[in-house]
Write a protein that binds this ligand. Structure first.
Ligand SMILES: Cc1ncc(COP(=O)(O)O)c(C=O)c1O
Length: 404
């Protein structure tokens, strides 16, 4: 709408960069909008589409943020983050994963998102190809597109735990390929890559002088395995992590990446220019995450996530979904709905309208599994999960009755 004070001329003048053609909107946001409309009409909606913990930062962490604010510790920090926080993250790697990572290799960022952006800014350029699994976290291919690279999505089914295998990496590597981007455990599947497979991939990529980026944002939420970080496979592996998931701090915007020592100057100058620094208050709060009383809180919450997983997977199977690989981490189940519908997208819309439960269709995560899978998030209370299962039972019973 134009007025005399603000004439509407922008639509004639602004030309979008062509890279925008390769960046898609989140389809899940459409479902979120539909859910919000239903809530406005007074419907009770259960949210199992959400990709963030229902828990918020532990009290010692909130207290540390308050103390930092009261003491006026709110100016910019170094672009790479508070030295004490880098040291605390380094100690965390030693204590949790038994791997020695020099604090100088750790760069604190505004969440894993900024860490991925920095890694892609440093390593991806026009025409560069990056291999990733289909399905995978949608932003990953868009980070690559933002630097005019090309995400080569490789169909990765349940037989590969929805992850890349070394054979796939070898088969798809081309003259344009610069590296691979993995997430373990993965969003949307909650499945981890095996240590053995990852070791082989790292060796293959290393032999081709490429990069391996492993997003370990959900690594703190692994339920069935001995703790393992890709950092133990060599100092050339780039690891992404965040305070968002295990530490329940999504809105605080705090994460980090670990890079080879030789890459630090490049990442540092990019961070200085792109962000100046991550949130200072969040960094002071983040320091408190590693105190024993905070870790005790986070471990109890992790046990609760595991309890929910152990409830929801068999419950989904009983409803007729197939869960071909038991998710071993994060808070997602990637459920095959092919026995219930031939269109996952339509199914999630019908479930939302009729049962009031939000779940995400495979569409956002890549074309390979788009129509056959839905992502179910169990980052909600046990009561909500039980209520959702009861509603889904009624929904499918009605459908079956109507089909007779
Ligand atoms: C696999 C994966 N990587 C990165 C992110 C971004 O997280 P952050 O909040 O740390 O930016 C997410 C968020 O859902 C994710 O699922």
């Amino acid at each position: 709408m134009s007025s005399d004070l603000t004439p509407n001329v922008s639509s004639n003048l602004l030309q979008l960069a062509s890279r925008l053609d390769h960046i898609e909107p989140f389809h899940v946001m459409e479902l979120a909008k539909m859910a919000a409309d239903l809530e406005r009409q007074g419907r009770h909606i259960i949210h199992m589409g959400i990709g963030e913990p229902d828990f918020t930062a532990a009290q010692p962490v909130v207290d540390a943020a308050m103390r930092a604010m009261t003491a006026g510790r709110m100016q910019y920090t170094l672009a790479t983050g508070l030295p004490e926080l880098r040291a605390a993250i380094s100690a965390y790697y030693l204590n949790t994963y038994g791997v020695d990572v020099a604090p100088s290799r750790i760069v604190v960022t505004a969440g894993a998102s900024a860490a991925l952006l920095l890694a892609c800014a440093a390593l991806v350029e026009k025409g560069a190809e990056v291999l990733m699994s289909d399905p995978s976290y949608p932003c990953n291919r868009h980070f690559v597109a933002a630097f005019d690279g090309h995400a080569k999505m490789i169909a990765s089914g349940p037989e590969h735990r929805f992850q890349l295998s070394d054979d796939m990496v070898q088969a798809h590597w081309s003259a344009q390929t610069r590296g691979v981007l993995l997430a373990s455990p993965s969003n949307p599947t909650g499945t981890s890559i095996t240590e053995d497979e990852l070791r082989k991939i790292v060796a293959t990529v290393r032999a081709r002088r490429g990069f391996t980026i492993v997003d370990e944002i959900y690594n703190g939420l692994r339920y069935d395995a001995t703790p393992f970080s890709a950092l133990s496979l060599g100092d050339d592996v780039i690891v992404i992590n965040s305070f968002s998931k295990y530490f329940n701090m999504t809105g605080w915007r705090l994460g980090w990446l670990v890079v080879p020592e030789t890459l630090v100057p490049a990442i540092e100058k990019l961070a200085q220019n792109l962000f100046i620094c991550p949130s200072t208050i969040a960094q002071h709060a983040g320091l408190a995450c590693f105190a024993p009383e905070s870790i005790a809180i986070y471990e109890a919450r992790k046990a609760e996530f595991k309890r929910r997983r152990d409830y929801i997977v068999p419950a989904l199977q009983e409803l007729g979904f197939k869960v071909p690989v038991m998710p071993d981490g994060a808070f997602y189940v990637y459920a095959d709905c092919s026995a219930l519908s031939d269109d996952a997208d339509r199914l999630t819309i019908d479930i939302l309208n009729e049962a009031g439960v939000v779940m995400v269709p495979g569409l956002d995560f890549g074309p390979y599994t788009a129509r056959q899978y839905i992502r179910v998030s169990y980052a909600t209370s046990m009561e909500n999960l039980q209520e959702a299962v009861a509603r889904l039972k009624t929904f499918f019973e009605k459908r079956r009755a109507a089909a007779l």
